[in-house]
Design a protein around this ligand. Structure first.
Ligand code: HAM
Length: 419
């Protein structure tokens, strides 16, 4: 009997060697600035009570209305695979009483998220984000901190062809004033039932509609930016002044609408210029009413989510990944049983210095093992045979130019194996 192969579900992103090394490097570099700024890990469940997202993220959003992976568990509870990270962090902060401790709560997370979207380049049904949330501070300085951490992540990768767009969605009072006029404007448009219903829950959604006729009819719609009250205006001005001081350039996009309903005040997106349709490599903003909606205190918050898959695509598009970046530093080829045993302990010692050391196991002949060394991309190769062991010396061969240096085996631990 011949079994059929089983394939991964449609539209998921997965990373296997050699690509996985670049993925890991991107993810680590994106989140390092948050760790350096005192943000602490939150490792949360990938599935939650469905109500967390329908209430937290909002019924008017595509994410909740069309894209959630929702199922009933064996106890008859409605469960949803997390489509984003902010609602879960809020839930965990409330549940663990972190909101009653030192504020702000500074959290970072990293993991898989799930949205049943139509898959295409850069848009997956399972994808990866790193993110931060800073909870419990109204100060515009924390907005600038959060934005600068995201920006530093992209800079760490060496990305250049991206821009930061920012806007302010104002506080509740500003939004209420705008909503009246926007709804008046929208009531004069002829909309299909579903669009009208969406606009009823959140009229801002129509700014995000991709259809040409809606785009056209929204052209003269009143903009929230023109309705900001003094408090919202001065908060946003202060954020801009901090960004200027940090040397972070940005463009103000008053028509920006994020795909999630909880946003208030400062809102931002990072757009990469080489990625085509799925160009959003990260985004975030304030969500000052979210904690209360989820049954907690009325604390403000701001955060971001960065798309690791898209940041990797951006890094590839800009050519900032070097091929030899992820290969081993040293490749040891043992010839014979005794050499193999010595290679195992030598490698263990050398690795303690952080030197990435691979051993050619499998008792291959020298020629085959050299080929493997070449393929591995290792910078240096050592052949360890009986004569080397007898002499107590090995040749360290530098693969880039074929040159070699003789070193005492006993002193290998002090060699750095860098170029
Ligand atoms: P978001 O804009 O929905 O925000 O997602 C953040 C980033 O995740 C996007 O900019 C994009 O790079 C990536 N992303 C989203 N969907 C996909 C997908 N289907 N395939 C590949 N990448 C994707 C949030 O999720 C908010 N929770 C961010 C946040 C945190 N706001 C405040 N705090």
């Amino acid at each position: 009997m011949k079994y059929e192969k089983i394939q991964a579900p449609k539209g998921v992103s997965e990373y296997v060697p050699p690509e996985s090394a670049a993925f890991e490097w991107v993810r680590e570099n994106l989140i390092t600035p948050a760790k350096l700024a005192g943000y602490q890990l939150m490792e949360l469940p990938v599935f939650e009570d469905t109500a967390l997202f329908s209430r937290g993220v909002g019924e008017s959003t595509d994410v909740v209305s069309k894209e959630m992976y929702t199922f009933e568990d064996r106890g008859g509870r409605s469960i949803t695979l997390r489509p984003e990270g902010t609602a879960g962090v809020m839930r965990a902060v409330i549940e663990n009483g972190l909101d009653r401790g030192q504020l702000p709560v500074r959290a970072w997370y990293s993991g898989a998220f799930f949205r049943a979207e139509r898959p295409q380049a850069g848009r997956y049904r399972q994808f990866y984000q790193v993110g931060v949330e800073a909870i419990g501070l109204d100060d515009p300085a924390i907005d600038a901190e959060v934005i600068s951490i995201a920006d530093q992540g992209f800079k760490n990768l060496g990305l250049k062809n991206y821009r930061l767009e920012i806007t302010s969605l104002g506080d509740a009072e500003s939004r209420a004033a705008h909503r009246v006029d926007l709804q008046k404007y929208i009531s004069k448009l002829s909309l299909d039932e579903a669009t009208a219903a969406r606009a009823q829950i959140n009229p801002l959604r129509l700014f995000d509609d991709k259809r040409d006729e809606i785009k056209k009819s929204m052209k003269n719609a009143p903009l929230l930016m023109d309705y900001l009250n003094e408090k919202s205006k001065s908060h946003f001005a202060q954020v801009q002044s901090y960004l200027d001081q940090l040397g972070i350039s940005y463009v103000i996009n008053p028509r920006m609408v994020r795909g999630l309903d909880y946003y208030t005040g400062t809102t931002f997106e990072f757009i990469h210029e080489d990625l085509g349709a799925q160009s959003g490599i990260g985004g975030g903003g304030r969500y000052d009413g979210l904690m209360e909606i989820l049954g907690g205190q009325s604390l403000s918050g701001i955060g971001f989510g960065l798309g690791v898959d898209r940041a990797l695509l951006a890094a590839r598009a800009e050519g900032v990944l070097k091929d030899d970046q992820f290969s081993s530093d040293l490749f040891i080829i043992p010839l014979g049983e005794q050499a193999k045993a010595i290679a195992l302990s030598l490698a263990a010692q050398i690795r303690q210095n952080g030197v990435r050391t691979e051993i050619a196991l499998g008792d291959r002949a020298l020629k085959g093992a050299m080929k493997a060394a070449d393929k591995s991309g290792s910078r240096y190769v050592i052949v360890l045979g009986e004569s080397e062991i007898a002499a107590g010396n090995v040749e360290i061969k530098r693969m880039s130019d074929g040159s070699s240096t003789s070193v005492k085996i006993a002193q290998l631990q002090s060699v750095t194996f860098t170029d």
